[in-house]
Design a protein around this ligand. Sequence first.
Ligand SMILES: Cc1cc2nc3c(=O)[nH]c(=O)nc-3n(C[C@H](O)[C@H](O)[C@H](O)COP(=O)(O)OP(=O)(O)OC[C@H]3O[C@@H](n4cnc5c(N)ncnc54)[C@H](O)[C@@H]3O)c2cc1C
Ligand SMILES: *[C@@H]1O[C@H](CO)[C@@H](O)[C@H](O)[C@H]1NC(C)=O
Length: 196
Amino acid sequence: MPPRRHVTLALIAIVAFIAFSFLLSSGGQQRAAFDTSIVPSDSVLHGVATAPKLENATVKAELGNAAWKLLHTMMAKFPDQPTEEDSTSLKSFVYLFARLYPCGECARHFQLLLEKYPPQVRTRSSAATWACHVHNEVNTRLEKELFDCSKIGDFYDCGCGGDDDEKAVATTKPKVGSGSFTPLKLEKDGGLTRGG
Ligand SMILES: Cc1cc2nc3c(=O)[nH]c(=O)nc-3n(C[C@H](O)[C@H](O)[C@H](O)COP(=O)(O)OP(=O)(O)OC[C@H]3O[C@@H](n4cnc5c(N)ncnc54)[C@H](O)[C@@H]3O)c2cc1C
Ligand SMILES: *[C@@H]1O[C@H](CO)[C@@H](O)[C@H](O)[C@H]1NC(C)=O
């Protein structure tokens, strides 16, 4: 092969390499952009809870107290008329909450509870009533007093600010606890899946 031919081939190889790298890197950017829009798969949502057993009873109770408060307050602030996406996000949150809850034995129990009572996310009222119901299921197992779920709207309404904003939207979106809250009657097993 004459030397000229070598040079030409080398040039072609270099150009091809640069073009290929460019394609790869722009493809990479597209993939990175796609990766930020997380759509949790079933295996992510329903995977085994991996936190270790929480031995310290004081810590376990404090954690539980704080976690229930977060969960019930979140339901109280969930939209009355959620979009499909609002509902999907709440449902995903509940399953991820169950998977990641940092008391391992609590998490695994809670995951079983979710199998029996899938989260209801169609309205604020159904979400709040569902959360009250599963909390009562945990209360029963721990032999604690049950909560009257017909009072849930008033109880978590809400003490977490934003009241002025709420007055502004009150005409279109009635608040929990202002008479708009209709407690649902939850059925066992199959009945609940309709709500989710
Ligand atoms: C998902 C999850 C699973 C858990 N699993 C376990 C477990 O397996 N073992 C264990 O030892 N602990 C578990 N815990 C912790 C346990 O539920 C309690 O949080 C903890 O024992 C402290 O109880 P508490 O008496 O402070 O009341 P909590 O049950 O923490 O409740 C806090 C407050 O919420 C109100 N409340 C009570 N019931 C309801 C209801 N149904 N709806 C709305 N509000 C209500 C009451 O005002 C109550 O004082 C779990 C907690 C969570 C969040
Ligand atoms: C449990 O945790 C609490 C709070 O952190 C701590 O004061 C206590 O000593 C712990 N108890 C045990 C038995 O480790």
